[in-house]
Design a protein around this ligand. Structure first.
Ligand SMILES: Nc1nc2c(c(=O)[nH]1)N[C@H]1C(S)=C(S)[C@@H](COP(=O)(O)O)O[C@H]1N2
Ligand SMILES: [Mo]
Length: 196
């Protein structure tokens, strides 16, 4: 708290400006999702093969809250969002990768994907969010479930997430194939592939 009794403004990563609210940003249309057929598949180089969780199984897992800022690579940041859902750690423990896997490809409806390093996915603040600020996600913000990785740019977190594939040999995801950075750390300002 400052001497004025107000919360100090949270620092902004380099090259970012604040915006008041989170506006929906995505490539293509909002997919129609259905909980009855929804599943989260964890596969690729997974120890013991592929696993799929139904919505009921996923929703039964312990829930956590993560308060975080959202940073889009197109230079805006929305601060102080409260995400609720299942910690990614819980999923990694339930369906672990083979030894020495360092990468994953996270996929969503309509072919969107992002490649993520296991060390980023294993962050204690990585969450498969079902709720934002206490309300279920709206369709345009990723209902029923989206990945949130607070220390990476927003594109690294697929909305309408459907699968996590562990990869010994990493593939680039949707934006990473289109000139964006392999890792995407906001504090290191890793925006573009030419910086790699
Ligand atoms: N499936 C999917 N997820 C996505 C995207 C997308 O195009 N498709 N865009 C990403 C980008 S670039 C950002 S900044 C955030 C935006 O989240 P919001 O729509 O909730 O603001 O979603 C990310 N997740
Ligand atoms: Mo973005």
């Amino acid at each position: 708290m400052s001497s004025w009794g107000l919360a100090e403004p949270r620092p902004l990563p380099p090259g970012q400006r604040r915006t008041e609210s989170l506006r929906p940003v995505h490539y293509g249309r909002v997919p129609r999702m259905d909980l009855a057929s929804w599943s989260l598949r964890i596969g690729g180089d997974a120890k013991g093969g592929s696993t799929a969780l139904t919505w009921a199984e996923f929703d039964d897992l312990p829930k956590v809250d993560v308060r975080a800022d959202h940073h889009c690579v197109s230079h805006y940041t929305t601060q102080d969002l409260l995400w609720s859902g299942v910690a990614v750690r819980t999923i990694l423990d339930l369906a672990p990768p083979e030894d020495d896997v360092e990468h994953a490809l996270v996929s969503a409806a309509y072919g969107y994907s992002s490649n993520v390093r296991m060390e980023d996915l294993a962050s204690p603040r990585a969450i498969l969010a079902t709720h934002l600020d206490g309300e279920p996600l709206t369709p345009e913000h990723g209902w029923p479930c989206r990945l949130v990785l607070p220390h990476l740019y927003g594109w690294k977190g697929p909305k309408w997430v459907l699968a996590i594939d562990y990869q010994h040999h990493p593939e680039r995801g949707f934006w990473e194939q289109r000139g964006y950075h392999f890792t995407g750390d906001v504090w290191r300002e890793e925006r573009y592939a030419y910086q790699e």
